[in-house]
Design a protein around this ligand. Sequence first.
Ligand code: DUC
Ligand code: ZN
Ligand code: ZN
Ligand code: ZN
Length: 471
Amino acid sequence: THTTTLIRNGRIITASDDYVADVLLQDGKVHTIGKGIEVGPDVRVVDASGLYVLPGGVDTHVHLENVIGPTITTDTFASGTKAAAFGGTTTIVDFALQTELDSPLGAIARAQRSAESQVNVDYSLHVIIKRVDEQVLRDVRHAMHFEGVTSFKMFMAYPGVMMADDASIFRMLRQVGADGGMVALHAENGTVIDLLIKEALEAGHTSPRYHALTRPSLMEGEATHRGIRLAELAQAPIYFVHVSSNDALKHIVSARAEGIPVFAETCPHYLLFDDSVYDNDDFETAKYVMTPPLRKPDDQKHLWRALRYDDLQVIATDHCPFCMKEGHLGLRSSKLRGTKNFAEIPNGAPGIETRLVSLFDIGVMQGKLSLNRFVELTSTTPAKLFGLFPKKGTVAVGSDADIVLFNPNVSQTIHAKHLHSNCDHTLLEGRSLQGRVEKVFLRGNLIVDGEHWHGREGMGQFVKRGEVRAF
Ligand code: DUC
Ligand code: ZN
Ligand code: ZN
Ligand code: ZN
């Protein structure tokens, strides 16, 4: 085995640079970048002529082995991180869920225990905080300072299951913000949406398309506005996950213009598909039951504008896979739970393996994103906002040797059977995309080489994160 690798003649793309050079990977780090680096015969040399040398992708929104009510996402830490690796993502941030019984620290320990022996790429955790009291706030502070967990997710949706009230969100924002961390918010007005769901079911509307019809973008906008005002009062930065609509975006845009530190992500599916998929009134439509639902072509136009002009800073997947058939975990991880009632369909879609290539195709190839911006949105800024930079998120001397060799000159057709997730479908089935991940290095180890897998379960490391770098 080689501990030292020379990547020769690739085109290095970071958030700010674009040049051809050699990169020497040694002891898990980028050791040297330069022209015509000479090495001895014991060093593995990889010719990257014609390829892009990208920092490994950082996906800060994934759900592996997440227990959500009576359901569980169908990817394990093993299958999900292998899929991530094949897609050019070398760091993920998953979720640890605080239950009724345990503290945030218990949630972190539990997720780490199951991840430890399975992860194929580096990982961290956001803690989902459902309940706030003095002890929880002390544990949150401990998690930030001693466990390297510096971000926390809260829900304005799903009353009785996940939803936190406004005062709890405010208390978290105030403390976490003061300590240099980040609160991430799922912004939808939960109680109004639950009323709309109840009314739809009472009227006999049970098919998947009613998922979308009962989650109007106005209620995403309302909650986004409310979250911004809470953050403003708390004098804390805030991060909105899975922004899907212009009704939400317009509040983000105006808050940023006022100087409020508001940050936000969108996901590939909101750019790839629109709500016309819900015209279909059969159960196939359950594939598109994710939250928030797909929106209008006009919303997509605004998302692209925001991605270009930095009103959206991150593209993460919200990879939250459930099978269309009965999966290996049976009905627990299957959309079939909701054949008689759309409200029982587990919410979420797969996407962890196709993030980079789909965005390269519809973003870079279509002239909507520059190569630098593509890297910034999928690696550098997520690393900065969640305290992983400069260890992760760039190709620079001293950074982890997490490197993707990306071939822009070949196309591929996406089929679920060729992907590495446990999920039985992909939203991109049969779609032809330009670009391909050729090789992936994790801390200098070649883990993906074309179709070949050289990674090992358990080789991923838990990364202790630092403070938010928002500016
Ligand atoms: N929100 C997420 O972020 N993921 C899955 C479901 C949801 O509501
Ligand atoms: Zn959410
Ligand atoms: Zn999610
Ligand atoms: Zn095929």
